[in-house]
Write a protein that binds this ligand. Structure first.
Ligand SMILES: [Fe+2]
Ligand SMILES: [Fe+2]
Length: 228
């Protein structure tokens, strides 16, 4: 009896020990949490929550892609109109230019512009849309401005400089447009369309550089000679 009593007292002492108590408490909570996780109702709620989040994120991505595609399509229609208008407008610039280099550069770019119209039609095809033109107010304004400059400048080196001024504004508009469209195409996963747009972008940049070079030539030679 004395031995049982001693063991009972020892048991109470062990239970009252801080470490032993805290171990028991931690064990209780772990067991209760595991029970909750194993509970099918709780499991389903968590899984539904994750699924809902994934679905919402996916829906947002699909919406954004659809909006980007619409903007991409609208901008393609804009530049398609612009290139077609330029095919008609560049011959007027050629007719009024005097410098051989300028006439040659404009003729070469007219051919590139005609091809850019075809390139854009291919881009439309790649994205599964019909090639449609939408009036580009900016290009319409730039072409009208080119006409005004031609009328205002006297024939010769002055008019050549005027034509280059107008043409470079046009090139810069095209460079901005093709740069953006190429980025759009890449983002939307239209790799072939992005390549076609990059080809036109390079042509516009080269045309712009060539015009800068011709301006320097005119300033260094013809215009100075005309002034003296
Ligand atoms: Fe162009
Ligand atoms: Fe151009």
């Amino acid at each position: 009896m004395g031995k049982i009593f001693t063991e009972f007292i020892l048991g109470i002492k062990i239970f009252r020990h801080k470490y032993f108590r805290s171990t028991l408490i931690i064990k209780y909570f772990r067991t209760s949490k595991n029970k909750k996780m194993k509970n099918p109702a709780v499991k389903k709620t968590i899984s539904n929550g994750i699924k809902k989040n994934v679905t919402n994120n996916h829906k947002k991505e699909v919406d954004l892609s659809a909006k980007l595609l619409k903007l991409f399509d609208d901008e393609l229609k804009d530049i398609y109109w612009a290139e077609k208008a330029l095919v008609k407008a560049i011959p007027k610039l050629i007719k009024n230019a005097t410098s051989e280099e300028l006439v040659s550069a404009l003729n070469a770019h007219l051919k590139e512009t005609e091809n850019q119209v075809i390139q854009l039609e291919k881009v439309f095809k790649h994205i599964g849309k019909d090639a449609q033109a939408k009036k580009c107010e900016a290009m319409d304004g730039l072409i009208r401005e080119a006409g005004e400059i031609i009328d205002e400048c006297e024939e010769g080196a002055m008019r050549d400089i005027g034509i280059i001024t107008a043409a470079q504004k046009i090139e810069h508009y095209e460079i901005a447009t093709y740069g953006t469209l190429q980025a759009f195409a890449e983002h939307l996963g239209y790799e072939d369309a992005a390549e076609l747009l990059e080809e036109s972008l390079v042509e516009e940049k080269n045309a712009d550089e060539k015009l800068t070079h011709i301006t320097e030539m005119i300033f260094n030679n013809e215009l100075v000679n005309e002034m003296h």
